[in-house]
Write a protein that binds this ligand. Structure first.
Ligand code: SF4
Length: 258
């Protein structure tokens, strides 16, 4: 008997953005470039996990002074694992200058997280993996929930501009996973965003996921499975901002991005 496939919201979202890049990553497994912004996002996530784990165990957050070297350590460790390429708008800087700038940003984002977001969180679950099935979808669906509190799911993002949070496929998958594991949809889905501008700031937005959103997301998942089964991997829309010379697969792609 063949093993049941597992899919996650991030895989499907990758496919929705660009079928070709999905094919490059998950089927052809081509090496891909990263960039400093992606490294920074991963570092804030790891920092979040570190400090919330302390809070879950001891009921208190660590002092900033005791963890202030952590963002830089995490950043340097993450850099060792990543093949970083400078983005188009970063070409005027050299690698070392940018590295130093991003380490400062990581520092500031993590401090902001520790001082302004983490105190409001009482975690019951961290990086929780929930697997579930949905009628009409052959694969098993996997949700990785960053932070779970009583009836609340929190997701952390690092961005450079403020955008209104919406009911994405990712949040629909989280809601379905919560209902299956805990018997009800989460009362709140909270998008915690660290905005990296000259001055770092935090923003929290609540996202409403309705039955209609969930129905729509299941249809998207079915269409995704169908396309993958048929081997249909279309390029991104040329209007998508992510389809640019900064794409991590641009070297393998013949779509002639500008
Ligand atoms: S450059 Fe555009 S079309 Fe090519 S892989 Fe990247 S996002 Fe897809």
């Amino acid at each position: 008997m063949s093993k049941q496939k597992t899919i996650s919201a991030s895989r499907i979202s990758k496919f929705l953005r660009c079928g070709m890049s999905y094919d490059f990553r998950y089927n052809k497994k081509l090496p891909e470039y990263s960039n400093f912004s992606l490294v920074l996002g991963r570092v804030t996530h790891q920092f979040q996990e570190t400090v919330l784990l302390v809070k879950a165990i001891t009921c208190a957050l660590p002092e900033w002074d005791s963890v202030k070297s952590k963002p830089e350590e995490l950043f340097l460790a993450e850099l060792l694992k990543s093949s970083v390429k400078l983005k188009q708008n970063e070409k005027e800087f050299n690698y070392e200058e940018l590295k130093a700038k991003y380490i400062l940003m990581a520092n500031s984002a993590c401090k902001e997280y520790l001082c302004h977001i983490a105190p409001k969180i009482n975690p019951l679950g961290l990086e929780e993996n929930i697997y579930f099935s949905v009628k009409g979808v052959d694969s098993q669906i996997r949700a990785i929930i960053d932070v779970r509190e009583e009836g609340v799911i929190r997701d952390l993002k690092t961005k450079t501009k403020t955008e209104k949070a919406k009911a994405t496929l990712q949040y629909c998958v989280y809601s379905m996973a919560h209902k299956i594991k805990y018997g009800s949809y989460p009362q709140i889905i909270q998008d915690s965003i660290i905005i990296l501008k000259k001055e770092t700031k935090c923003l929290s937005q609540e996202v409403t996921v309705t039955e209609r959103h969930i129905e729509k997301s299941i249809n998207i998942i079915r269409a995704f499975e169908d396309s993958v089964e048929k081997g249909t991997f279309a390029p991104a829309s040329p209007m998508g901002w992510w389809c640019s010379s900064d794409c991590s697969f641009v070297d393998y792609c013949n779509c002639n991005v500008l």
